[in-house]
Design a protein around this ligand. Structure first.
Ligand SMILES: Cc1cc2nc3c(=O)[nH]c(=O)nc-3n(C[C@H](O)[C@H](O)[C@H](O)COP(=O)(O)O)c2cc1C
Length: 338
């Protein structure tokens, strides 16, 4: 029997250019149960491009969701059908990205204004994905739509018209006019209460909260009101924050990974990937590990060595071990955390 999937109590957010397969490999060494999400991939890239390049992932990355971008039900269905052969555990539709590039293609956050079209997309994706659940990630509103009712009606309509039962909600509006994507992750105010209210209004749906959450204490607090918490930037800039998640939020009594062990696995992984070819070079892998030593002495040396073009050009994973040795020496008196 296949192993049962853990609940989506914790997940790492889809992040373009960040949550690629190399980042996810590292995250998966740190947490066994947390759900991981791919970067957003345009449906068209899968249909007309090299699908394998966008969809292939390492053994053991699951539970893993693929996030698709698009607004054409036919294309989204086709991309979902192709992706369904790869072993993803969920396919997610992006209805929250405010980037102007995405708006031009009329998808991302502006889809929140077109709930019937979103329902058509989700239904087409679900038909094509067969038994892989299709979920939606969205905001609490777009532009000056500030009242709770807009997000309530969006979720209510989709839950009536589609089989989607999981809604991941970034607790901010997307302001499509005048703010950059980065500003759109910082300036519109966070309204966690809206997400708690969604769970009260739709108790049978799985409601996941996202936006501005960084500590285990905050996660524990949110879990009193919703089914799951999705973390983005903190899990990227400080990956070791995930180290206690299995124990704290999944009741796993296993030992959390040690830095030394993780560094050794990253070293082995980089050797394997570089040797296999496919255009993978050391910077592709280590750029996601720059925040790994966050909070330790000499974390800056680690970051500096792993982003030094001169050192990276040898394309030799031993650099990871050398940089680690610097950190290890500088922290030898605090060995309990290593
Ligand atoms: C670099 C970057 C890229 C992102 N790309 C995506 C994306 O591809 N799809 C998506 O739904 N959200 C994307 N987001 C938004 C995150 O998924 C998340 O909703 C947002 O960062 C808020 O969560 P946080 O405060 O925990 O980071 C991105 C965020 C960042 C920082």
């Amino acid at each position: 029997m296949p192993e049962a999937l853990p609940p989506r109590r914790l997940s790492v957010a889809p992040m373009l250019d960040w949550t690629d397969t190399h980042y996810r490999y590292m995250a998966r060494q740190i947490t066994r149960h947390t759900w991981l999400y791919s970067e957003m991939i345009n449906a068209g890239a899968i249909i007309y491009g090299d699908a394998d390049r966008f969809l292939a992932f390492n053994d053991g990355e699951q539970p893993l969701a693929l996030q698709l971008g698009g607004s054409d039900p036919h294309d989204l269905a086709k991309a979902s059908a192709i992706a369904s052969g790869y072993g993803y555990n969920e396919i997610n539709l992006n209805c929250g990205c405010p980037s102007p590039r995405v708006q031009k293609g009329a998808f991302g956050a502006c889809l929140m204004n077109e709930v019937s079209l979103v329902a058509d997309c989700v239904n087409a994706m679900q038909d094509a994905a067969q038994d892989i659940p299709v979920t939606v990630k969205h905001r609490i509103g777009v532009d000056r739509q500030t009242e709770y009712e807009s997000v309530r009606d969006f979720v209510g309509t989709l839950s009536e018209k589609t089989a989607c039962r999981t809604f991941i909600v970034h607790a901010r509006n997307a302001w499509l006019d005048g703010l950059s994507p980065k500003e759109n992750r910082e300036i519109p105010p966070l309204k966690y209460e809206y997400i708690y209210q969604l769970k009260r209004d739709f108790p049978t749906l799985e409601i996941i909260i996202n936006g501005g959450i960084t500590t285990n204490e905050q996660i524990a607090e949110h879990l009193q009101y919703v089914d799951g918490v999705m973390i983005g930037r903190e899990a990227y800039h400080n990956p070791m924050v995930m180290r206690d998640w299995d124990r704290l939020f999944y009741g796993d009594s296993g030992r959390p990974i040690e830095y030394e062990e993780l560094v050794e696995r990253l070293f082995q992984y980089s050797r394997l990937k570089i040797k296999a070819g496919n255009g993978v070079i050391l910077p592709h892998i280590v750029r996601h590990a720059l925040g790994l030593m966050h909070g330790l002495n000499k974390a800056r040396i680690w970051r500096r060595m792993l982003s030094d073009a001169n050192l990276l050009k040898n394309n030799d994973g031993s650099l990871i071990l050398e940089a680690w040795q610097e950190v290890k020496n500088a922290n030898s008196r605090t060995t309990e955390i290593l």
